[in-house]
Design a protein around this ligand. Sequence first.
Ligand code: RIB
Ligand code: CA
Length: 310
Amino acid sequence: MNRIPVWIDTDTGVDDATALLVATKLEELEIVGVSAVAGNTSLENAFRNARDVLSLVGRKDIRVYPGAEKPLLIDLFTAENVHGSNGLGGAEIPLSDAPVETEKAWDALYEKAKEYKGELVVCPVGPLTNIANAIIKHPDIVDYIKVLNIMGGAAIGGNVTPCAEFNIYTDPQAAETVMRSGIPVNMFGLDVTIKAYLDDDDIAEISSYGNPVSDLFRDSNHLLYQAQERLYRSGLCEHDSCPILYTAHPEWFEGYECGIYVETQGTITFGKTVTDLWTDYKFDDRHCRFFLDLDRDRFAERIKEAYRSF
Ligand code: RIB
Ligand code: CA
């Protein structure tokens, strides 16, 4: 099987951890690099968590690069209330002893994108600061990234304001830079990710597996569970696993061609992803796809299968 080369950019919170862990178990994918960005938590925590999570599953071979400590222009806005003070809901796992990479994320990503000659799929699951920095510093990177499968945004709704989703709200200037770069985008916003949930039975089952990785799941998700019970329903929305599982199983997801731009000037609408999905007026540039639905049962089963296998 020709495996798909994937780069994951993450603000390593608890749903990011699940996305990383699941990605290591998808035989369709080859993870060729990971980069950390500040978002859910500080860059220091996101970088350490990504390293430690990959080491926990025996994948110290996957190099993790440090990225941005803060958004392009605005101050850092984190989510300790959901991901805890350490980014993993307070759960403790062994420190990785993998060599510590010092090359900046945007430089490492650029080199890897050139190496894969236009075949690299990049999955940003945090604020888009690193991706924007890569485009600003290396403009020809747009010729080498095949597609950006992004967790972020919302055609309708928001989880930070009524208009804005966290990954976009925390760095809208970066998101707008990415949207205007011309790199093809598959966007997995809240419209689909709130449908991509593990229900209480799924959570109990994973928590019962009794391996160190399922124990991390058991011990790290309580704050996210409480937050999402308030917002949506009981269960855990595995937002960041959507672009990862889509990359391996696109047939499980339903998306529509559209244009997507980001509000960077508004007050009430600051950080909103504006799409022309349902409007008479269509943007001239419609190089994106926005996803609205998925096969949740297959999504949840694949995540459980991954956690069973550690
Ligand atoms: O809005 C959900 C997104 O914000 C996810 O990526 C989660 O990890 C947080 O970063
Ligand atoms: Ca994330």
